[in-house]
Ligand binder design. Sequence first.
Ligand code: IVH
Length: 687
Amino acid sequence: MKTAIIPVMGEQTLSQEIEKLRQEIHFHNYRYHVLDTPVISDYEYDGLMNRLRQLEADHPELVVPDSPTQRTGGMAAERFVKVRHPAPILSLSNAFDLQGVQAWYERILKLDQRVAGSGFVLEPKIDGLTVVLHYHQGVFSLGATRGDGVIGEDVTANLRTVRSIPLKIPVRPDGPTPPDTLVVRGEVFMAIRDFEALNARLQEAGERVYLNPRNTAAGSLRQLDPSMTATRKLQLLTYAVVSADGPIPNTQWGILEYLKALGFPVSDIAERVNTIEDVLEVGPAWLGRRDQLAFEADGVVIKLDDLDLSAQLGVVGKDPRGAIALKFPAREVTTRLNQIGVNVGRTGVLTPYAMLEAVEIGGVIVKQATLHNFDYIAEKDIRVGDRVLVKRAGDVIPYVIGPVAEIRTGEEVIYQPPQTCPACGQAVEHFPGEVAWYCVNTACPAQLVRNLEHFVSRGAMDINGLGIRIVEQLTASGKVHDVADLYTLAKDDLLSLEGFADKKADNLLNAIDISRRQTLPRVINALGIRGVGEVMALDLAAHYRDLDELSRATFEELNLIEGIGPNIAQAIVDWFARPANQQVLSKLRSAGVWPQGEIEQTTREQNGLPLDGLTFVVTGTLPSYSRDEIKELIRSQGGKVTDSVSKSTSYLVAGESAGSKLEKARKAGVPVLDEAGLMDLIQSRKS
Ligand code: IVH
């Protein structure tokens, strides 16, 4: 990033530079807000914006209305319907330290002395995506993204899948009654843990991973298919009322309490203090709280508690004077990329990672960072020996943002992805439509360890007591060459390993023995075929009687099964075609690991609808569907709807003011679902 002092230039070159900066920033806004695939870091972006702001401040005569400084980034993507917000969705100005906060206070105190008596509210600045949620008569009717602050995108269908968004504001006897029209502002985000789990899954499946939780949340909200959004664990926290046609509290603290009382999720660490001295006193504790949050935050928002006063203070551009964001220090540093290493995953996916000159980022020493995949290295032109910009945010695994190309010495080496597996030396392969490269050798030692780990895991053969350490011992000692070898282990084999005594060996052999009786879906899952997990294994077991039948399935046949696309169909065919795998199968058969499926048990295969075979009764008022609509929905998903609760009722779907049917269901032990529960059920039976 260039931080050079602005050179004195002629008017012509200066306006040229300004124009170039604007073009660049427009481009990056588009990449970030519309395509969700930024090509520079926030840090670099801020650098460009700051430089433009500085140039414009020095030369106000060169400011034009369409300069990126005159609006806050983001524009509506074409594919969603546009929505005009009922009031401008404002942004925030930033302070980078406590002095900046003090200066903000003094500025607004000069404008209005009442600022001194207002009180302040501190809230986490969640690094997510602003959403504007409309409620009519208490029912969620429209949800939009921020867009350019005036016009956003209608993403209602996607937002409906976010569980913490109330579809209906419940009327509570002791709670407030919402006005007829209420528009609430909040932030949609993905918890760090959910983000990492999602990326781990995408990586295993050879798909492109997301850069950070914010991009993931943005990408998930902009999915055209809401059922895709539903699979992403998005969350919401609200913090403002944008408009209302009835009385609402006139303090920020009051608004947070009001939203909470209406059933909206509100941050539980928000804090109210009386004076600016208090703000400055608690500020450092807020900065220190960053790593304890379940989500990524990029700062603390400090707001005047008195909202009338705040409104009177007005706005500067798009930033209200009555609030400021105290930003956390950037956790981006540069360091040298010494080497690129490659990990081999269970399914053989090769993942490159950066081996870095050790560097401290926010109190943590970082020596490794992810490089996502080989395309990423090429797209960013990351070379071995480069100084690279590395980011650590929250607890997210550090990642390499890109090279600092300006300071290359010429010694840097363009990276060539390996053509053979670093663990076994066999040629690597690439599948159409995927970014990942694979080692397809099932006997690869790195894969063997991961494969065994998966084979014995809970959702697969569930072999108790066989942890990673023992797996490593078994493979390193040459006692196990493939998963089937587990079944021919003798007690002496185990006793020769470090840490094994009589009892432990017996227990493990016993656990292995018990696993011979595992069901067909578990065994199919345990094989570790690329793209075939627990759910797909169930579908396969519903179509094939045993592993013999499955191994004879053709690509065409597999491709016809709901939920199995061409890539996975091909992966299954390929897996069974490989001689090493055939050998594993024949060893498993000899070991008695050869379960027979129960095809007739499942009715889902007949027409593949999620609610096939289930009978529902509907009662009460549901938040977003009428009774007839919900019945229609159940039928369209293959379910049967009857009028009264009986033994053959699979589920009662109950809304508000459900009466005798609910009683009856409870007595009869019939499970009860609310509207969201029904949607979850449909989703969970879809894949
Ligand atoms: S208040 C007038 N409060 O930060 C209201 N914003 O950089 C202005 N954000 O676009 C916003 N957490 O998306 C506010 N507790 C919070 C926030 C928050 C995250 C985001 C919001 C806004 C951006 C401004």
